[in-house]
Design a protein around this ligand. Sequence first.
Ligand code: ZN
Length: 444
Amino acid sequence: MDVKQKYWNPVLETLPQEKIRQLQLKKFKQIFRWTYDHSKFHRQLYEQAGIKPDDIRSFEDIRQVPKVEKAMMRDIQRKDPFPYGDALCVPLEDVAVFRQTSGTTGQPVYQPDTWQDWEWWAECWSYILWAQGYRPQDRVFIPFGYNIFVAFWAGHYAAEKIGCEVVPGGVLDTKARILKIEELQATAMMGTPTYILGMAETAKSKMGIDPSKLTIERITCAGECGASIPSTKKRMEQAWGAKVYDHAGATEIGAWSFECTEQPGGLHVNEALFLVEVEDVETGEIIEEPARRGKMIITAFDRQAQPCVRFDSKDVIEWADEPCACGRTTRLIEGGVVGRADDITKVKGVLLAPSAIEEVVRSLDGLGDEYEVVVEKVGDTDHIKLRVEVLPESEDQCQLIEAELVDQLRLKTNLRYDIEICGCETLPRYEVKAKRFKDLRKQE
Ligand SMILES: [Zn+2]
């Protein structure tokens, strides 16, 4: 691989859109046929809908293919062939890797991959890392607890595949990881926004180390929306003196998107490997135009053991208006994944995306990184309580900060909040993915 090469795959990343669409149609037909022929679960679903492989001739036909929801996958699992159940398309002995979803929305879903699937994962991540400036001279530190969650495993293998030097930061604690980054002069790392900010806080407050003076030049974030939220990205970039890039992916789907070094304020969809459709949540119509939000329905063209065909991801996204300045011809998702369809909830009749609250909290200078949102019903009325932490040097400005918060939140979300300003380090800290948004109305 020529290190001066701009794209990981110069052909696929610069295909004209109409050629990409032709390729997508061809590849959808292939994965549909594979799934129909090999998965009992999918075949039953498609037979009920009266759709056979030869029926698929256009994107309009694709829209008639039934969607698969996470709950359906949950139901077929823990059965024969154990533990994956009827969507398994290969003999059990071909399964090379077990992963499972994190289970934040219910019982975890198991994900089998063959060796070929696993190589495909690393290939998907190679597009991401190359687009974010990773090159063979990079020393990549991965501060991730390697376990049953897919998280940064494929990032690790892709960094090796590209030719970087990889330092697995496995079971080390946060302080040991920071010391290792310092000792080895690592140039890049990967983590959730919550953990990247938490590491910086530990370095500064507990070790007297300024992370921006370390050698990290680029950080790849995943697992949460934060790196696409401008104020959160800015906090991470300032803390580490590094460029921060977003990536969105999922265990059941694969690594389908990435931000490039142009930082266009959104994510490229890797359209040569995935078909992304945006569905209007109310009408079910597929949205092709920019600036209209819907939930993502996604197909992975090349994953074989347990395929992902028109999977209802519940990620809320919208198409961007303009192509990216980097020259890639694949479409952009504006502002990244803005939330989960389940989290985007109506409060007092107004649609509220938690990411909008994060954007406001982290844009104010006197506040720390942590916050907590609780939505509850008091009598018949919805109440939103927002807890934030004030930084020690700003404690005398609490009233000003509160007024600014209320103003900004009303502007960005059209809602009123009860604000509680807490002392530094009083709110819960999270190691990997944070749970900062609590809707108590859903538990009643
Ligand atoms: Zn780009």
